[in-house]
Design a protein around this ligand. Structure first.
Ligand SMILES: [Zn+2]
Length: 442
């Protein structure tokens, strides 16, 4: 009966069927979940891409895998989504599921579905008006972990905040990370590192990867980062199509192609391998699949327009934005950048994070040709870019997305599109008639 109600009320990203079903039983999510093996993915940046990678690894390995495509990551939306994918007896259509879960919703979702694995991508300051601080985000996730003692945790070994989640819990942990020799990515920012959770001292680092990720240790009590179980030992080559890396796990090291570029996607790939291991499946299933993984909606998504490549990178906080700049400034050929900033509900109303973002790095790149600025807060972003050293003669403030698309069509080099969330939706909508990329519900 519930299933019929759900089908009648439809899907396409609405949490309404879940709300209806939860009126009937608050714990209804546990019904389909009890027959499934589920991996939950949470953290600040990279949730959607990591989910995509894990889903692709499972389906590529011949397993049935449920994956929500609507972007629902709160309890009601996840409930709707899982209940809609059941047969007439209420049994799930897939044995596996990969679910993206909001950091604060983990404590509601996890106890109902008993996930086999909980993956945390990383923890950075994000949407400051929501959790207040990165420590508060960590506390929210910890509440969920404490309710899931049997889940295997898949944690970033070089993120001080993620690593602290393993303290005082009985869960088994699979650590993933980059070898120290992979080297610094040029945007060290320790503002999110926090203090040693055992004695309160400031961390010292043996090496840095980016932001507060690196070889941290406490000089006073000896608490330090774990050696990863899944280790990226080198990044050999990187271009807009992806990265060739060496990856070591279970004592075996091999060359792997990750079909999504940027160092943060190398971390996401290592997290995916960790998740597959946590599910009790061979790591080789994940490793082989990484060469054919496709970008998630707006995350390194490529478009063709007027004979040129456009690549869209969703940016929503300083750490993610700085990593995107590291990627585009390593491109080495002339390029344009489109920066779009909104501050609607889906983005967080507080956009002061642009003050802590390294636009100076982007503006100093001699390959940067033209800088387009748009979105509701275009003027604020334009002013910030001028302070960061951008040249007014190379900048254009555009208020209309279809005009922007017309102008991009006339461009003669690669363009990187760097919108935040709701701006990405608008920009994509304006692009899709000319580029043919599908909308997310298709
Ligand atoms: Zn300490």
């Amino acid at each position: 009966m519930i299933r019929t109600v759900l089908r009648k009320t439809g899907r396409g990203g609405t949490a309404l069927p879940g709300t209806v079903a939860m009126k009937i039983s608050r714990n209804i999510l546990s019904v389909p979940a009890k027959d499934m093996e589920i991996v939950l993915v949470t953290g600040t940046n990279g949730k959607t891409t990591t989910c995509n990678m894990i889903e692709h690894a499972l389906t590529d390995g011949g397993h049935d895998c449920h994956r929500d495509k609507s972007g629902a990551n709160l309890l009601h939306g996840i409930t709707s989504d899982l209940l809609c994918d059941t047969n007439w007896l209420g049994k799930p259509n897939s044995h596996y599921a990969v679910l993206e879960v909001d950091e604060a919703a983990l404590k509601q979702v996890a106890p109902l579905i008993h996930p086999k694995a909980i993956v945390v991508t990383n923890l950075f300051t994000d949407q400051a008006d929501r959790f207040g601080s990165v420590e508060n985000t960590r506390k929210e996730i910890k509440k969920g972990i404490l309710l899931s003692p049997d889940s295997v945790l898949v944690l970033n070994a070089q993120d001080t905040q993620s690593a602290a989640l393993a303290l005082g819990v009985p869960n088994k942990v699979i650590w993933y990370g980059l070898d120290g020799s992979v080297g610094e990515q040029g945007d060290v920012d320790l503002s999110d590192a926090g203090k040693c959770p055992k004695c309160g001292s400031a961390y010292e680092y043996d090496y840095h990867i980016y932001a507060h990720l690196g070889g941290f240790r406490c000089p006073k009590c000896g608490y330090a980062h774990h050696e990863p179980d899944v280790t990226v030992t080198s990044i050999d080559k990187m271009d807009t199509s992806g990265s060739t890396i060496h990856l070591r796990t279970d004592g075996k090291e091999e060359e792997v192609f990750v079909a999504l570029p940027a160092v943060y996607n190398v971390y996401n790939a290592a997290a995916c391998v960790g998740a597959i291991k946590a599910m009790g499946l061979p790591a080789s299933e994940a490793i082989q699949s990484l060469a054919t993984v496709q970008s998630a909606f707006g995350r390194m998504e490529t478009f063709e327009l007027g004979g040129n490549v456009l690549q869209m990178i969703l940016v929503k906080n300083p750490a993610g934005c700085n990593q995107a700049f590291t990627y585009v400034t390593s491109f080495g050929d002339p390029f344009n950048a489109v920066l779009c900033l909104n501050n609607r509900t889906g983005d967080g109303h507080d956009f002061s994070w642009i003050e802590n973002t390294d636009y100076e790095k982007l503006c100093a790149d001699p390959h940067l040709q033209k800088l387009y600025v748009c979105g509701d807060r275009a003027q604020d972003l334009y002013d910030r870019l001028l302070r960061a050293g951008a040249h007014q003669e190379n900048m254009e403030l555009v208020t209309d997305y279809s005009k922007l698309v017309d102008e991009l069509e006339q461009e003669t080099c690669t363009t990187f599109l760097l919108p935040n969330y709701t701006a990405m939706m608008e920009l994509r909508m304006a692009l899709s008639p000319k580029t043919g990329n599908k909308e997310f519900w298709e």
